[in-house]
Design a binder for this molecule. Sequence first.
Ligand code: Q0Z
Length: 275
Amino acid sequence: MELVHSGKVRELYADEDDIIMVASDRVSVYDVVLPTPVPGKGVVLTQLSLWWFGQLTGVIANHVISGTDVPAQWAGRAVRCRRLRMLPVECIARGYLAGLGLAAYNETGTICDVRLPPGLGEGSHLPEPVFTPTTKATAGHDEPMTRADLVLLVGTRMAAELERVTLEVYRRGAALAASRGILIADTKLEFGVDPDGALVLADEVLTPDSSRFWLASQWQPNRPQRSLDKQFLRDWSAALDWDRKPPGPAIPPDVVAATQARYQELYARLTGRDE
Ligand code: Q0Z
């Protein structure tokens, strides 16, 4: 199979007209891939994404052809997908203030043209979820986009459709997760267009690599939240004498085990499944 694209933690292959997305066990912290894998991570994230696609079929069509018709060596960690024309935008929905959304709010009181009430802080629940698209930077960091930028990229109708669908996916996902004790602070979606011109949800959906998950029972306003997935990695790496540039440090076995346990816990809580 032809390798089409190699990302920080995933690979994309072409199989005739289909594409196969393969999630590795690699992890990144502060955008640096660490030399130690977290065994089982690729399988858990792939199964979680497939589960979410299934939950969201009433909201939007998706690119999944099969989670099982994949080469045996990638069983569980690969998805066969329809090859789409991908839209050059990362569609982000935010329900809580964190990360780049928090940075933008602190500077301007707005995120992507949306004015937010004064007095919000790190971790604040937003009155309404907001759509904050960013460019897909080929090098360096993704840049926030205005509504006008998005219209120039994809046209008026598609821009409105992307906003509506992104917010609907976020609302449905956040409501389902909240019923299971988990807050989804924000999520990044990618969309493609099929040969008929229809919008299709692609890539991965509502995984810990594309979203921030917090335990509802541990949420507290005005402080950084404990994230359900990479918190052990962040806490451990923050205590090291490391400048957050490559190469990253090797992960000790107890931190690998704690990280695996968090991924499993997130999966089990959300889906009600053990594996
Ligand atoms: C996904 C990505 C990955 C690196 C392109 N259904 C699709 N059709 C065409 N292209 C894509 C998809 Cl999902 C596509 N990416 C993101 C995934 C490794 C980059 F596994 N890029």
